[in-house]
Design a protein around this ligand. Sequence first.
Ligand code: HEC
Ligand code: HEC
Ligand code: HEC
Ligand code: HEC
Ligand code: HEC
Length: 359
Amino acid sequence: MHARPTSRLILLALASVLAEAAYLSGCAAAPPKPELQKDRLGLFPVEAQDPRAAKCATCHAAIAEQWSGSYHAKAWRDPLFRVSTQNRQQAECLPCHAPQPVLDRPFGAPPELRPGFRDDGVSCLTCHDVGAGDCPRGLPGPRREELRKRLADPQSCASCHNTTHWALDEWNAWSGSKGPNRTGCIDCHMPTKTIIPWEGAEPRLVRSHAFPSWQSPAFVMGSLDCSADVNGTQLTLTMKNLVGHKFPGEVPTRKLIVIVQGEGGPDQDPLDQREEYCRPPKNGPVGIPDTRLKPDEKRQLNTPLPPGILRVEVRVLFQAIPLTPEDECLCLFRRAFTKDPATGTWTPLADRPISGRKP
Ligand code: HEC
Ligand code: HEC
Ligand code: HEC
Ligand code: HEC
Ligand code: HEC
């Protein structure tokens, strides 16, 4: 925790007491609260800015628990964020990592920085609030319908996921995003799970607020459609991106690694090739190309095989964290082939690694 001036702490404590009181009184009475007006600086009154998930957790325990493990919850406390902003000194970096509500702003408009309670990062009210500072259950039915539709639209993710990273534009350009069965961001990143959505309700399928992505092997496994073949003189690997935005995602340390290894008789030098695909670092040297797979892109890699090579294996790995050893990276695809030295024909092996490496 970083030190704050005492006066600010007192103010914050006072604000939270006020907010709690305002919230509790609003909770007991059935009539909907009047829409809160923004002040002359365009900010909501302090009680509407209190985004603490703890307020919502009293009734939405299961959702709050999922959220608390997500990167949205950690956006302000994230050590990487702190390091890369000189401990949050870089003003232009702060708004999306502790944002004011975005739903009442024009779709895609970047958020404003929240004046307080920043530790909660991208909190419940960032996404769900339209000025009432409270649970939307008090709103009239049609208004609630409208809000839900707005929330489920990929544009609602755009205020933060498109200004520095272009996931939404990429998704809009994706062929899979057109047609009657269009998939939105939440169809992948908020998979449904059976939980109790609020106190007193029956368990049912609810969209997950854990917002899984690169951390979840099961989630990443289906990202690419891969196949491999050997035609005598070369190995061909085909990879198709099924994700709808670039793969890997926008964080430059995520890498897609393709490794081709082969071996033959004692006189044959082993084959060991390695290609990495990633986004160039933001503040790194200029001119480094972005080598990631674009949405829908089908990429073919050909590796010539010297005649003495008798076994070859190709692996497609997803390295989420830098320096993770190859054997610990998520293996998206692996295929091995052997050559009959007499006939020169190649046969695919059952999913078996080549010798000398642990499976
Ligand atoms: C006192 C219990 C309680 C608290 C506290 C509470 N909620 Fe709710 N919430 C409910 C109930 C009950 C429903 C379902 C109401 C219904 O469908 O009639 C609900 C529904 C919702 C919905 C779904 C609305 C819809 O359109 O279907 C959202 C979103 C929501 N709450 C968010 C929040 C947020 C954000 C907070 C914290 C600021 C919060 N809630 C605090 C009880 C609560
Ligand atoms: C327009 C909104 C926005 C602004 C402004 C913004 N970020 Fe982010 N930041 C995001 C989003 C969205 C993600 C998640 C992106 C992803 O994972 O693809 C993110 C992720 C990050 C991460 C990755 C955290 C991790 O654990 O992998 C770091 C570090 C980060 N931002 C630092 C910064 C810095 C430094 C700045 C200022 C130069 C900045 N951000 C400005 C929206 C923003
Ligand atoms: C990044 C944005 C975001 C954040 C942060 C967020 N939500 Fe949601 N929430 C959504 C979306 C999107 C939906 C699904 C809308 C739909 O499909 O109807 C949703 C749905 C809900 C629902 C309705 C579930 C149902 O099936 O009826 C509740 C209740 C809810 N959220 C509560 C919360 C609470 C409590 C928090 C904080 C602990 C929170 N949300 C944080 C985006 C968010
Ligand atoms: C108000 C800003 C904001 C909005 C709106 C928002 N996000 Fe985020 N999101 C962030 C930030 C900031 C991070 C990165 C937090 C970090 O790692 O420090 C993030 C992280 C994520 C991550 C995790 C990325 C990772 O590296 O694991 C996913 C997935 C995600 N968001 C999906 C969504 C989806 C889907 C929506 C729309 C329903 C959405 N977000 C709406 C700001 C936002
Ligand atoms: C078809 C499924 C799918 C759809 C649709 C989808 N994503 Fe993803 N997304 C993935 C997969 C798989 C990953 C993991 C790969 C990775 O992290 O590089 C991912 C990763 C991410 C990440 C984390 C990137 C990183 O490396 O930290 C963010 C943020 C994200 N997606 C946001 C979005 C947003 C915003 C949308 C809507 C515009 C969206 N996604 C639509 C499947 C999807």
